[in-house]
Design a protein around this ligand. Sequence first.
Ligand SMILES: [Zn+2]
Length: 75
Amino acid sequence: MICDCCGKKGAVTKHVTRSFGRGKGILVIENVPMVVCPHCGQNYFTADTLHELERLRLHKKGVAVQRVAPVIRYA
Ligand SMILES: [Zn+2]
């Protein structure tokens, strides 16, 4: 695909995990498509992706999966 920043071809989509908010309101969204350009080094989300992220955040109560990370004791 074509990079929005430098206009060159070769930008690729990479799926990343992003966290939004902080503290108790934090929300982690996995598998978010991020555009990465090897020419200018820019990485960004498309307008469609940002729109979808906003929608997911507004509806997070219905779609969020509660996960608990494994914790071990240092002793
Ligand atoms: Zn670029």
